[in-house]
Write a protein that binds this ligand. Structure first.
Ligand SMILES: O=C1O[C@H](COP(=O)(O)O)[C@@H](O)[C@H](O)[C@H]1O
Length: 228
């Protein structure tokens, strides 16, 4: 793990955006296309706005989510709504987007469709994880009965029913999230650091699923942290 600490989120986002721009530009130059998986929630919003105003060959960049809440794509708490309204704007409006939701009532019913969409996605160039204060990442929640599956399946995605957070979810699996050239954990706020320290101090992944990424042998996850 590489830990990058910034005084505030503006400094973090400036540095992080530069790293992502370099990764995405290099991917397009080398392979003709770039693939990025982002998280939802509160943390990435300012980073998304910064990226949206950046000149990049966005039409050659495909973005998807690490997870989404099983909601209509225009619902207030939808991660897709966040990405579309903040990231896929301005210069980035040309980017391609792969949705993790369907019109099915239940996430389980949409799982095959999501699997087909993700089957076309090669190794990600970058994955940006978030972390909840319970140690969940993507929608791999310690409370959910699907956690063991999410940490072990070779499928790209799975339906998740958290008991301590709202909404059914569709989450990429651990294996799919690790299938990336670069892996980041984006943390902003004073409450995130003690959770990170707790995650680093133990090894029970069922208690804190983020450990599966922080402690994965051979994976050099970059933690981008700012206290405010
Ligand atoms: O539910 C979710 O929470 C995590 C963390 O969100 P944050 O608001 O604390 O940044 C997020 O990474 C995930 O994508 C989201 O669905």
């Amino acid at each position: 793990m590489q830990f990058h600490r910034f005084e505030h989120s503006a400094a973090l986002n400036a540095d992080f955006a530069e790293r992502l721009i370099a990764i995405l530009s290099e991917a397009v130059a080398e392979r003709g296309h770039a693939f990025l998986a982002v998280s939802g929630g509160r943390t990435p919003q300012a980073l998304f706005a910064q990226l949206a105003s950046t000149e990049l060959p966005w039409h050659k960049i495909t973005i998807t989510l690490a997870d989404d809440r099983w909601l209509p794509a225009d619902a207030k708490d939808s991660n897709e709504r966040l990405v579309k309204s903040v990231l896929l704007q301005d210069k980035a409006s040309q980017a391609n987007f792969i949705s993790l939701v369907t019109a099915d009532a239940k996430a389980e019913q949409g799982a095959d469709t999501i699997a087909q969409r993700l089957a076309a996605v090669p190794t990600f160039d970058a994955v940006i994880l978030g972390m909840g204060e319970d140690g969940h990442t993507a929608s791999l929640f310690p409370c959910s009965k699907e956690l063991a599956e999410g940490l072990s399946t070779t499928a790209d995605a799975l339906a998740v029913n958290p008991t301590t957070a709202p909404y059914q979810r569709m989450s990429l699996s651990k294996q799919r999230l690790l299938n990336s050239r670069h892996l980041f954990l984006h943390l902003v706020g004073p409450a995130k650091l003690p959770v990170l320290n707790q995650a680093v101090a133990g090894d029970d992944v069922m208690q804190m699923p983020i450990r599966a990424f922080l402690q994965q042998p051979g994976v050099d996850i970059q933690v981008m942290f700012a206290p405010e």
